[in-house]
Design a binder for this molecule. Structure first.
Ligand code: PAF
Length: 297
């Protein structure tokens, strides 16, 4: 595995395999099985795999602590090597944002609700760094996790609007055995918070079950999610949403598709999760209709 710390190194490595297909997995490091699932899929579908590890300062707002974001580069590189990565790109911040940097990508409407409403400037930072990675790596395919549902919508919109010649591949959420969606932030939960955190997934499942039984009123579905989270004394709701999966506008009534999502604080740690559901909204034990990786039972 080659490790590139500068744009020049990355470009040189990319040029050496000019005609190969390349899969790109952008990450902020502190890798877990969800990331490795993306890397494995990229490995299967491309001749070369590049993974970026970059804690992107521009996607953190003042209320979030960039410094506290967990990091373990040595461990990440060992995991990537084992997973068959060809190039790990781990630049310092000044390599991505050199002095005088002033060019940003803004994806307008779909960046505004949900995460965008709670985290000012977040998607401008995400879109900018992902666009830059797309320009540098020139991947054939780029891999993202469904767990960050709105990020997927923003990146798909940007890719289409700016005409990037690549396929955005969205992979199912990978979950712990108790249903908690894998996230680098989980490592910062206290043992009590960790025990309570599967409530996010329970809330989503409860609303999905109601939908499967014929409840189409979006407000009733939101109420179900709120009730489940409010039963957890350590949890504080940021938002719950039942939205159109493409426009991310809140629905009054669910027709053929819905994105159920929520963000919940445990102390200062903010967790998100979602289920993307489509008619016929069948909810079986241990599985939901969107291919989500759900533990049995
Ligand atoms: O999902 C993430 O980890 C980040 O938002 C991404 C896509 C790597 C951009 O910094």
């Amino acid at each position: 595995m080659h490790i590139a710390r500068t744009i020049e190194e990355l470009r040189n490595l990319r040029r050496r395999q000019e005609t190969d297909t390349w899969g790109l997995v952008p990450t902020m490091g502190f890798l877990h099985d969800g990331h490795l699932d993306l890397v494995q899929r990229a490995r299967r579908e491309n001749q070369r795999v590049a993974v970026s590890i970059f804690v992107n300062p521009t996607q953190f707002d003042q209320n979030e602590d960039l410094e506290k974001y967990p990091r373990d580069l040595e461990r990440d590189l060992a995991l990537l090597e084992k997973a068959g990565t060809d190039v790990a790109f781990c630049p310092p911040p000044e390599e991505v944002y050199p002095p005088g940097f002033q060019t940003y990508v803004t994806v307008e409407e779909v960046s505004q609700p949900l995460e965008g409403a709670s985290r000012s400037g977040h998607f401008r930072g995400v879109a900018t760094v992902v666009a830059k990675l797309f320009c540098l790596v020139r991947p054939t395919r780029a891999y993202f996790g469904q767990k960050d549902a709105q990020q997927c919508v923003v990146i798909q919109r940007m890719t289409q609007d700016l005409g990037f010649d690549l396929q955005v591949v969205i992979c199912p959420t990978v979950r712990e055995a108790d249903g908690l969606a894998m996230s680098s932030r989980n490592a910062r939960l206290s043992p009590e918070q960790r025990r309570s955190a599967p409530a996010l997934y329970r809330a989503l499942r409860s609303a999905a079950a109601a939908l499967a039984r014929g409840q189409r009123d979006a407000e009733a579905l939101r109420r179900r999610m709120i009730e489940t989270i409010e039963a957890e004394p350590l949890a504080r709701i940021d938002y719950v949403s039942v939205a159109d999966p493409a426009s991310l506008r809140e629905l009054d009534e669910v027709e053929s598709k819905a994105l159920l999502s929520l963000a919940v604080f445990y102390g200062t740690i903010r967790l998100i999760d979602n289920l993307l559901l489509e008619e016929p909204f069948i909810l079986s034990v241990g599985a939901v209709s969107n291919g989500d990786r759900v533990p049995k039972g």
